[in-house]
Design a protein around this ligand. Structure first.
Ligand code: 5GP
Ligand code: ZN
Length: 114
């Protein structure tokens, strides 16, 4: 899976600064930010979509969420509010097929999403 863009980012093969990294999770700024804070959180391990989360990934979404919460606190948006988004497959709006969680904040979000 070395051709996967987010695997390459996670391996440090591309010049992308990390906002957080631990054994399982890496976070970095989205290249096309949709809000003043727009961070992507990914597992180091390649999982294509959230639909493919398996029993071996039992704590993965929890780890992504806690890393997102920590970045939200660091960015000072934890009290004002933020949105965590995981798009899945074509109609879910997924364009990069390595699981990622979006952390969006720093402005008022709309509902329903587009
Ligand atoms: P999706 O639409 O799959 O949920 O989100 C993919 C996200 O990855 C998009 O918000 C897009 O801007 C971001 N993205 C795509 N390519 C790159 C890249 O090379 N670097 C970074 N930092 N973000 C990227
Ligand atoms: Zn990958």
């Amino acid at each position: 899976m070395s051709e996967c863009l987010f695997c390459r980012i996670a391996k440090g093969e591309l010049p992308v600064p990390f906002l957080h990294e631990d054994e399982e999770v890496v976070a970095f700024a989205d290249i096309h930010p949709q809000a003043p804070v727009h961070v992507l959180l990914i597992p180091r391990r390649h999982v294509a979509t959230v639909a493919e989360i398996g029993t071996e990934d039992e704590t993965l979404m929890d780890r992504l969420t806690r890393a997102a919460n920590r970045i939200a606190r660091e960015k000072g948006i934890d009290r004002s509010g933020y949105r965590l988004v995981v798009n899945c497959n074509a109609e879910g709006g997924q364009t990069v097929f390595h699981l990622h969680m979006h952390l969006l904040g720093g402005r008022s979000m709309q509902w329903p999403p587009g």
